[in-house]
Design a protein around this ligand. Structure first.
Ligand code: BES
Ligand code: MN
Ligand code: ZN
Length: 477
């Protein structure tokens, strides 16, 4: 965890990052004449990142890149922040001061964000964790524009994103469904929101047939977590509802996955991590919004009494589903959560799920596949947040005809469509269990990456947390 704080002071010993323009006067920030001349030369050559090694300390200069729009410029700041993080860690520096010479709080904060997120490590399960820990601990911000509240919120959203990454990075033998629910309880206690965990008996009594069916092959029980953050000053009458896929491990069940594709499937609870950690962030930041979070959780295994292909399941809402592929399990547990959520009559429901390989195949790690029944205004607001934080949404169609692919003669629906449009048929399946404005986010592409990519570290990315925090920050009366 990297601490982000503001500072008034600047000394000749501080590691510095000077954020300026080509016209800024960098010379008065402790550069020698030779260094200043070098900087000028680099700027003329249109370099945006200039590193000066004064041995006792580093001075980094970053000049805003003029991208197509402000959000892309901000993303360049985050990436530059991540590169700076690498420089300071290589130099074994513990602290660096970000000096805002342009008076732009969004850009300064974006730089700090990229720096802090790039500094994340998941090494707690290594014997030599201490030795391997990055040196960089503190980012100080020196700016006339950045406010204390902005720094506090940045710290919160960075921490929440990192907590989500860690939940995703923990393998099944450290995080089963019961342990996942306990993690949500901890988050609730720390940040101040309500958490109730339904155990297997309660889930059975509620007849959550989708969740119970997926759990049949496991000896670990399922959980269903209900989270609620309801501040007195909430601006919304009807709650926002977040639903996260909590498949703590997906073997594919009896439709078992090949070894190569299975190894990463500890990431199949990334949607639930995004939901729990967003609840954490909004409660910590005391956002004035009433939000419900729902997480159905289980592993998907081929053991014991595993649900078998051909089974006809009775779901929480009473409808029946012919299960023709045990690897299409996410939609079954989400369906129960979505229909359970009807009782909250939400203003808008957003589900997040590593739901289909098809979504990842369509757009890769570069964005989130979105679809749903929410109105244009709601979609536009979420898309805008996606641009703001660079977790961008691509809307897929939900044409009625796709629903035909889920028809079967012997039950109300089957759990797979045809060979094409797999991300959409999964969405159409979920749609049947909603009765309120709803957006489905398939994060199978961006939730988990096989190597570090700018400020996103290898493994869990924490995808969804920054998006939802931005979205919920912008909810108006
Ligand atoms: N968890 C997987 C989807 C997934 C794939 C997530 C790659 C992250 C990366 C999901 O449960 C799944 O197995 N989906 C199947 C659906 C199919 C059987 C209809 C898929 O995408 O192949
Ligand atoms: Mn699956
Ligand atoms: Zn899955």
């Amino acid at each position: 965890m990297t601490t982000i704080k503001s500072t008034q002071s600047l000394t000749s010993k501080d590691n510095l990052i000077l954020i300026g323009t080509a016209k800024s006067d960098f010379s008065k920030h402790g550069l020698t004449k030779t260094e200043s001349d070098f900087v000028s030369k680099q700027i003329k050559a249109e370099e945006h990142t200039i590193n000066i090694n004064q041995y006792e300390r580093r001075i980094l200069i970053y000049i805003a890149e003029d991208k197509k729009n402000e959000n892309l410029t901000l993303e360049a700041f985050r990436k530059a922040g991540n590169r700076a993080c690498g420089v300071f860690n290589a130099a074994k520096a513990e602290q660096a001061t970000l000096v805002d010479l342009i008076g732009n709080s969004a850009q300064t904060l974006a730089f700090a964000e990229g720096m802090a997120l790039g500094n994340y490590q998941f090494i707690q399960l290594k014997k030599d964790a201490k030795k391997l820990t990055h040196s960089l601990k503190t980012i100080l911000i020196h700016s006339k524009k950045v406010t204390a509240k902005e720094i506090e919120n940045l710290q919160i959203v960075v921490d929440a994103t990192e907590k989500a990454r860690t939940l995703v990075n923990k393998p099944l033998n450290y995080l089963n469904a019961v342990q996942l629910a306990q993690e949500f309880e901890k988050l609730g206690k720390e940040a101040g929101f309500k958490v109730e965990v339904f155990n297997k008996a309660k889930i059975t009594a509620l007849k959550m047939g989708g969740l119970l069916a997926v759990n049949m092959g496991s000896i670990d029980p399922p959980t269903f977590t209900v989270m609620e953050y309801k501040p007195k000053n909430a601006v919304n009458k009807k709650p926002y509802m977040l639903v996260g896929k909590g498949v703590v491990y997906d073997t594919g069940g009896l439709s078992i996955k090949p070894t190569a594709g299975m190894a990463d499937m500890k990431c199949d609870m990334a949607g639930s991590a995004a939901v729990g950690c967003t609840m954490y962030a909004i409660a910590k930041a005391k956002l004035p919004v009433h939000v419900i979070g729902l997480v159905p959780a289980t592993d998907n295994r081929p053991g014991g009494n595993a649900y078998t292909n051909g089974d006809i399941l009775t779901m929480f809402d009473g409808s029946t589903v012919e299960m023709l592929n045990a690897d299409a399990e996410g939609r079954l547990i989400l369906a129960d959560a979505l229909s359970y959520g009807k009782k909250y009559n939400p203003e808008l429901a957003i589900d997040l799920a590593t739901l289909t390989g098809a979504a990842a195949a369509a757009i890769g790690k570069y964005g989130i596949v979105a679809m749903g029944t929410a109105d244009k205004k709601q979609f536009d607001a979420l898309k805008q947040s996606g641009e703001n934080v660079n977790e961008r949404l691509v809307e897929f169609p939900m044409w009625e005809e796709y629903g035909d692919l889920l028809k079967t003669e012997i039950a109300d629906m089957k759990n797979i469509g045809g060979p094409y449009a797999g991300a959409i048929t999964a969405g159409k399946f979920l749609e049947k269990f909603t009765s309120y404005p709803w957006i489905h986010l398939d994060i199978a592409g961006p939730a988990f990456i096989d190597s570090a990519w700018d400020y996103k570290t290898k493994g869990g990315t924490g995808c969804g947390v920054r998006l939802l925090f931005d979205f919920l920050s912008n909810v108006k009366k």
